[in-house]
Design a protein around this ligand. Structure first.
Ligand SMILES: [Zn+2]
Length: 168
């Protein structure tokens, strides 16, 4: 853990809970930190944007790109940046992290802490994507402010109706 991780995770928690902290409102938050400042923040926007891919991390990447882009970086790559997410990123967001070129991915609640509805694959842990990447300059770390993050989500054994399980 790096010394500012808890500070930035608190910002991700603030973003996550902007519309409440009940698991039913999907309080997932992400912030992207570059050169010691937040260049983008977002919560899950699937319902408001009517976009099933509008996970907090995806929305944050789309906001961050234009803020870091210049003539040498027209693609808005986020080299040297850290993504903070209150929940371990799903497969899509982990892959997006690799393509966005972030240097670190840091999360609060982990896969084993929450209901399986938050992940798409039965056995593939998204950490495996990072370990298998061609890039060797990206790392992932979890458990920052774990208790506070875990409290926002359905637990592994919580009864969640099939209709409410977004991965089915
Ligand atoms: Zn995701």
């Amino acid at each position: 853990m790096e010394h500012d991780d808890e500070r930035w995770m608190r910002e991700a928690l603030r973003v996550a809970t902007a519309r409440g902290s009940d698991p039913a409102v999907t309080p997932i938050g992400a912030v992207i930190v570059h050169d010691g400042r937040i260049v983008a923040e977002a919560r899950n926007e699937c319902d408001t944007l009517h976009d099933a891919t509008a996970h907090a991390e995806m929305v944050a990447f789309r906001r961050a790109g234009p803020r870091v882009a210049d003539a040498d970086n027209p693609g808005g790559e986020l080299r040297g940046a850290t993504l903070y997410s209150t929940l371990q990123p799903c497969g899509m967001c982990t892959m997006a992290s690799i393509w966005a070129k972030v240097g670190r991915v840091v999360y609060g609640a982990g896969r084993e802490d929450v209901h399986r509805m938050y992940f798409e694959a039965r056995h593939t842990d998204t950490i495996a994507f990072i370990k298998d990447a061609y890039r060797d300059d990206v790392s992932i770390a979890g458990g920052v402010l774990r208790e506070e993050c875990v409290a926002l989500y359905y637990g592994p054994d919580d009864p969640v109706s099939t209709d409410d399980q977004g991965n089915l």
